[in-house]
Design a protein around this ligand. Structure first.
Ligand SMILES: *Cc1c(COP(=O)(O)O)cnc(C)c1O
Length: 479
């Protein structure tokens, strides 16, 4: 391995992180990663977007995933991690992926491509971010005397990806709540067969929303906070988004970037993955369009199409990881569109929290539409795209990826621009829906083959906050 001499004077020496609500303290990368949410209720973003020049982007061509990751992420971690440290963490994180390219590109037809993000340990794109986050947590906590207690609720993918990321690590306990009987067998077993002593799976009698509400209550519980250092791993954590910026660069340079613009279509729930595409564009990557692809839970599509940002009730679909009404990361985009005015965002989000609805001002909406397009895809249209990928592109894809592909094909994008759909889950993870649409039942990859023979371990608790809290505090004290 050799390194080109680079112009160091342009390098950022410390990256500061500021809150979208303008009144939390400015933090460095380490503190922002450990904090997750800002203390004023906002989300952390870099104080400025680092820039990669066209030459620097050209220089990414031919680099492997880890080296691309180091070049793209180095400015974001400046002041907290050196380049060699970052490289070591990336090697450890992405060495666990089953494909040598980490996020391979697959061609569907002359203009449509898939970026396969599901080659990590739990078969969903969340591994790309969470595997790195696990490494970052361990590095930042090692040698110190702080132990953290991660508590989360999951309707499926996040839980297993978070557990795989921190299983067996020192200084970390993880408690993951899932609704009893309401996650798929594959999803449950991916969590409950991880037997490391710092992993605590809890099934709750109730819905995902009940589990989520308990987690929120715990984070606001003074007594609990006095006993344990609580930490969150949901996609409000900046480090997760940062890790996702990398694959936009990785894909674009393989399709001729920066000398040829590329469009991306992103199956969207919490607006994390597509916001990472926005960050890549702010850093200088020529992105022709970012397509926000939603299922019928389409608050983001309505917001971008007409400024109507109003939450309804969640309709269950074949794409459960996108069954979301409120997309937390959208606040990060609003912050930029409002000229990074924290007071304005505090007022807007206050109104939204009170009424569950707001109208996005016309000038902000116009700014968003320069880069973003959107589409809301129903179940039938999703199934058609799944079949199209199989018959015309030779690929069996998962329903979430199919929502992205359907949106990419429905929108009238420039015919000479390549369109990359982010494939966010392995088809075997959602094999009932895939089988219904295509007649093909995808098999689990060999490395998960004995999932159904492994021992499961989890604690079933009633849907009662006090019981859950008592369990978490008692188990953390033992760990
Ligand atoms: C989490 C998830 C999404 C949505 O990603 P966001 O970053 O929340 O927009 C899409 N597809 C799959 C398979 C997921 O697990």
């Amino acid at each position: 391995m050799f390194h080109f001499a680079r112009n160091r004077s342009r390098r950022i020496s410390v990256m500061d992180y500021i809150s979208t609500r303008g009144s939390a303290p400015t933090l460095d990368f380490r503190a922002a990663t450990l904090a997750g949410l800002a203390s004023d209720g906002g989300l952390y973003v870099p104080a400025k977007w680092p820039q990669l020049s066209p030459d620097e982007i050209r220089g990414l061509a031919g680099l492997d995933y880890v080296e691309t990751a180091v070049r793209v992420m180095a400015p974001f971690v400046a002041g907290a991690l050196g380049e060699d440290e970052l490289r070591g963490l990336c090697k450890a994180a992405y060495g666990r992926f089953s494909h040598d390219a980490v996020t391979p590109l697959v061609q569907l037809d002359h203009r449509h491509w898939l970026l396969e993000l599901f080659h990590g340990p739990t078969l969903a794109f969340k591994d790309v971010a969470l595997q790195l986050l696990g490494q970052l947590f361990e590095t930042f906590l090692s040698g110190g005397d702080t132990d953290i207690t991660i508590v989360g609720a999951t309707s499926g993918d996040t839980g297993s990806a978070a557990i795989e990321a921190v299983a067996g690590r020192e200084h970390i306990q993880i408690f993951m709540l899932h609704p009893e009987g309401r996650v798929s067998d594959v999803q449950r077993r991916q969590m409950t067969t991880v037997l490391a002593p710092n992993v605590h799976n809890i099934s709750i009698d109730g819905s995902f929303d009940d589990a989520q509400a308990m987690v929120k209550r715990l984070f606001g519980d003074e007594e609990a906070r006095a006993k344990v250092t609580l930490s969150a791993v949901n996609s409000i954590n900046w480090a997760r988004l940062m890790a996702q910026v990398v694959y936009y660069f990785y894909a674009a340079v393989r399709l001729g970037g920066p000398d040829r613009p590329v469009a991306f279509s992103v199956p969207t729930g919490n607006f994390g993955d597509v916001f990472a595409g926005y960050v890549a564009a702010q850093m200088g990557l020529p992105v022709a369009k970012l397509v926000v692809a939603t299922n019928v839970n389409d608050i983001l599509h309505r917001a971008l199409a007409s400024g109507d940002y109003s939450a309804g009730t969640v309709t269950p679909t074949a794409t459960p990881s996108m069954d979301i009404q409120v997309s937390s990361n959208f606040e990060r985009l609003l912050f930029d569109l409002a000229g990074r005015d924290g007071a304005a965002i505090t007022a807007m989000m206050g109104e939204f929290d009170a009424k569950r609805a707001m109208t996005i001002p016309a000038d902000m909406l116009a700014g968003a539409r320069d880069l973003f397009a959107s589409a809301s895809i129903d179940g039938d249209t999703m199934a058609l795209a799944l079949r199209w990928a199989q018959e015309r592109g030779g690929q069996v894809i998962d329903p979430h990826s199919a929502v992205g592909l359907a949106a990419a094909r429905a929108l009238n994008l420039d015919a000479d621009i390549p369109v990359v759909t982010l494939a966010t889950a392995h088809p075997a993870k959602f094999r009932e829906a895939v089988e219904r649409a295509t007649g093909v039942r995808p098999s689990l990859p060999a490395r998960l083959g004995n999932l159904f023979d492994r021992e499961e371990r989890y604690t079933r608790l009633p849907g009662d906050y006090d019981a859950v809290k008592a369990f978490i505090l008692a188990e953390s004290a033992r760990g």
